[in-house]
Design a protein around this ligand. Structure first.
Ligand code: NDP
Length: 241
């Protein structure tokens, strides 16, 4: 029987590629979004993948949303924590709101989602939790103290939870994408992309969302059962001290 996979922020960008790759690999997929109805509707019409709207910063909404997914599709066995935002500013100009929104979405969102599926995964002795962190959580990025802190926090969360899940056949891993050609990155001015960002990437191009999605499909598979607590970098060779 096909497993159920839930992808947060699964209706556009990297998340949409993950949703489609999991669906193509035989999973029953639920893709969530926060409020971009137009993109979510278009994604559903094109792919037929079930879409659900809730805010990952709202713990109660996550519980209700997951209950609805489980009612519709079955128990969530693969959770991909992909939803994320940026609110960039140099630290001396960063507002408490910019800090809090990014921490709430990119870090607390992982708690809010994972907490609601964890006991079920423990009870059934199977689970895959895959957290989409970032190269900027590994190396830090100026103008992104909030984002770098949240994404680094995701890596600590991954390693701690992997130890708790291990005895119950639940793996917890993180992927750190480098620069991937989604709206989040294409919002960067073209001059900055071409003159500052792409020259830092040894392969000489942005990554494609599908290149992250294929890593997710592998980590979700039975073949990846011995991989847990890992951080997999997919960044075109953009290594750092
Ligand atoms: P996009 O901005 O293209 O898409 C973000 C998705 O997350 C959307 O579906 C959005 O929903 C959803 N989302 C945002 N906030 C919330 C929320 N509070 N509750 C529920 N869903 C929410 O992002 P990317 O595809 O570029 O990024 C995906 C992930 O990969 C993020 O975690 C990002 O930090 C990470 N990443 C991206 C990189 C890149 O180069 N693009 C590099 C490294 C990491 P809606 O459509 O309704 O707005």
């Amino acid at each position: 029987m096909s497993r159920v996979a839930l992808v947060t922020g699964g209706t556009r960008g990297i998340g949409a590629a993950i949703s489609m790759a999991l669906r193509n690999a035989g999973y029953k997929v639920a893709a969530t979004y926060a409020g971009n109805e137009e993109k979510a509707r278009a994604f559903h019409e094109v792919t037929g993948i079930a879409v659900y709207k809730w805010d990952v910063t709202d713990y109660e909404a996550c519980g209700k949303g997951i209950a609805k997914v489980e009612h519709d599709l079955g128990h969530v066995e693969v959770l991909v924590n992909n939803a994320g935002i940026t609110r960039d500013a140099m630290f001396h100009k960063m507002t408490p709101q910019q800090w809090q929104e990014v921490i709430n979405t990119n870090l607390t969102g992982l708690f809010n989602m994972t907490h609601h599926v964890w006991q079920g995964m423990r009870d059934r002795s199977f689970g895959r939790v895959i957290n989409i962190s970032s190269i900027n959580g590994q190396k830090g990025q100026m103008g992104q103290a909030n984002y770098s802190a949240a994404k680094a926090g995701d890596l600590g969360f991954t390693k701690a939870l992997a130890q708790e899940g291990a005895a119950k056949n639940i793996t917890v891993n993180a992927i750190c994408p480098g620069y991937i050609g989604t709206e989040m990155v294409l919002a960067v001015p073209e001059k900055v992309l071409n003159e500052r960002i792409i020259p830092q990437i040894p392969v000489g191009r942005l990554g494609q969302p599908e290149e992250i999605a294929r890593v997710v499909v592998f980590l979700a598979s039975d073949d990846a059962g011995f991989i847990t607590g890992s951080t997999i970098s997919a960044n075109g060779g953009q290594f750092f001290a």
